[in-house]
Design a protein around this ligand. Structure first.
Ligand SMILES: *[C@@H]1O[C@H](CO)[C@@H](O)[C@H](O)[C@H]1NC(C)=O
Ligand SMILES: *[C@@H]1O[C@H](CO)[C@@H](O)[C@H](O)[C@H]1NC(C)=O
Ligand SMILES: *[C@@H]1O[C@H](CO)[C@@H](O)[C@H](O)[C@H]1NC(C)=O
Ligand SMILES: *[C@@H]1O[C@H](CO)[C@@H](O)[C@H](O)[C@H]1NC(C)=O
Ligand SMILES: *[C@@H]1O[C@H](CO)[C@@H](O)[C@H](O)[C@H]1NC(C)=O
Length: 483
């Protein structure tokens, strides 16, 4: 069976190489990525040491995105006229409201828009560059507005519950925790746990990991997450210690994806980690479609905004940067039919028969994983789309081709777009005022004053009217048409 799996894998790779590309003109890029390496986020497993900077981006994580930024700027300098001096009409950058994603975006932007390229102030009169303050610092003569020619670039952030585009599977979907809980109680979850039981037992019986008795898929996934965080922190002594417990712990990425290493313990642990993510967040058709709906709607809007403004005075952004999470990458990948828990279960059983038009990405979206959408137009000005995962073009629209015409692409992803995201998610209707949940004190004071005046006025009118009415009743025959 392993042979079948290997052959299918090879056929898939070859078909990708064989696919034809219209070789058109690149118009726009929409990029989404996971933050770089971070400190661990779970305490539930593995020795509780080095508990510092919980969840924050590490130096390695900053470097990963910096290098990706330099790489992308170079790769797209020609084809997209990617400037190395920041231009607000060129790029729009957005991040989820989490330190590590915001910092990853900054790190990548630092690679794209490097030092010594910022705007200079050489011809500006000094008096126009001083802030109003006492005893202002002397920074000496500086060519650039900022020391070293740094380039500050805006990164847009929304509150998590409003970040539907990037967090449609979680914070922005009220039903999400309920759906995940339901998945964990069903038979598929238990069957798949059973398929991994020998691995789970092996880990549970090893005192090194300090796992609770009878760990669930979640507990093992958290252990893998923690071990990856530790591995990427690059402490050789620590990594050697772990590698003595886990076969393949230090395998490089390409070896992890080599089918010959499929049964290596660390590869199996990563597979469990990937399946667990999908089983929790992208299990049912409702979860799969609902979660990716806002992302796909925005994606089509970017493409269409670009195309409709292409020849006007106000062109739309050529580059959209979206800084997010492993779960965001998994969400988009499943929306493109590049992966699913179903195909991963078959991979686990080694019964997955791959063909060029239906791949199965079963490796976890590790640090700085990225999906890049490219919008092109062919020689007849017909727009088409490509999607790159970690830089490799993926088959699209149910074909083996690594490109898809925009009309067909729109049609294909419409399968995954629900008509009302908020309704599916049972989201509360947010009022657009800054804070609708608490009323500020001044408003209460105003309301009380107005109420008192109103009641007073009402009382006065009532009193006057009563007086008049009593006069009326006294003098029935008089003409009171003036009242
Ligand atoms: C884990 O432990 C650290 C330090 O003890 C603490 O700051 C952090 O909040 C804990 N995280 C969780 C998820 O309990
Ligand atoms: C994120 O950064 C803020 C300061 O900007 C800090 O207070 C906070 O602890 C950091 N971590 C998290 C998880 O919010
Ligand atoms: C995978 O194999 C297990 C037996 O180990 C079986 O129960 C399960 O149905 C198989 N799943 C698929 C999707 O083939
Ligand atoms: C993408 O890169 C990440 C980080 O190295 C890795 O974990 C993941 O397996 C890669 N995925 C693919 C499909 O290349
Ligand atoms: C994914 O597969 C379904 C059929 O199962 C298809 O209708 C849909 O268009 C596909 N999505 C993409 C983006 O190709």
């Amino acid at each position: 069976m392993i042979k079948k799996f290997v052959l299918a894998f090879l056929a898939f790779t070859q078909a990708i190489l064989a696919a034809q590309d219209p070789q058109g003109k690149l118009l726009q890029v929409v990029e989404t990525f996971r933050h770089g390496a971070r400190y661990r986020i779970y305490n539930s497993s593995y020795p509780n040491n080095n508990q510092i900077n919980y969840g924050e981006l590490t130096a390695e994580g900053q470097r990963m995105h910096y290098v990706l930024g330099v790489t992308l700027q170079q790769n797209y300098a020609q084809s997209l006229n990617f400037p190395d001096k920041y231009d607000h009409t060129f790029i729009y950058a957005k991040s989820t409201n989490v330190n590590r994603t915001i910092m990853s975006a900054y790190s990548q932007l630092a690679g794209m828009f490097p030092l010594n390229k910022g705007i200079d102030v050489e011809n500006i009169n000094t008096q126009f560059m001083v802030p109003p303050f006492t005893k202002i610092a002397d920074i000496g003569q500086q060519k650039y507005a900022l020391a070293g020619g740094q380039q500050p670039i805006p990164i847009h952030v929304k509150e998590q519950k409003d970040e539907k585009q990037l967090l449609g599977y979680g914070d922005a979907c009220n039903n999400s925790p309920k759906w995940s809980q339901k998945n964990k109680d069903d038979s598929d979850w238990n069957r798949i746990k059973g398929e991994f039981q020998p691995l789970i037992d092996k880990l549970a019986n090893n005192k090194f990991f300090q796992l609770p008795a009878n760990p669930d898929l979640d507990t093992i996934a958290q252990l893998v997450d923690t071990l990856i965080a530790i591995k990427w922190a690059g402490d050789d002594a620590q990594n050697t210690l772990i590698a003595a417990q886990i076969e393949g712990f230090l395998l490089p990425l390409d070896e992890m994806m080599n089918p010959n290493n499929f049964n290596v313990m660390w590869v199996q642990m990563n597979l469990l980690y990937s399946i667990q993510l999908h089983l929790a967040l992208f299990k049912t058709e409702q979860q799969k479609k609902t979660s990716v709906t806002p992302f796909f709607n925005e994606l089509l809007a970017y493409f269409n905004n670009y195309l409709s403004a292409k020849d006007t005075q106000n062109p739309f952004f050529k580059w959209i940067m979206l800084s997010a999470h492993d779960t965001t990458i998994a969400m988009v990948a499943q929306g493109l039919n590049l992966t699913s828990w179903q195909c991963m279960e078959q991979v686990k059983n080694q019964t997955f028969a791959s063909n060029p038009s239906s791949p199965c990405i079963y490796t976890y979206p590790g640090f700085a994983s990225n999906i890049i959408f490219e919008l092109y137009e062919d020689n007849n000005k017909k727009p088409y789309v490509k999607a790159l995962y970690n830089g490799t073009a993926q088959p699209l629209c149910g074909t083996a081709d690594t490109f898809c015409y925009l009309d067909q692409f729109t049609q294909s992803i419409s399968y995954s777009i629900v008509s009302d995201f908020d309704k599916e998610c049972d989201n509360p209707i947010y009022v657009s005022s800054p804070d609708s949940s608490s009323t500020p004190t001044w408003a209460i004071v105003v309301i009380v004053i107005v109420s008192v005046l109103f009641v007073g006025a009402l009382g006065y009118i009532f009193f006057q009217r009563k007086k008049i009415l009593s006069l009326q009743s006294i003098d029935k025959n008089s003409n009171y048409s003036q009242i």
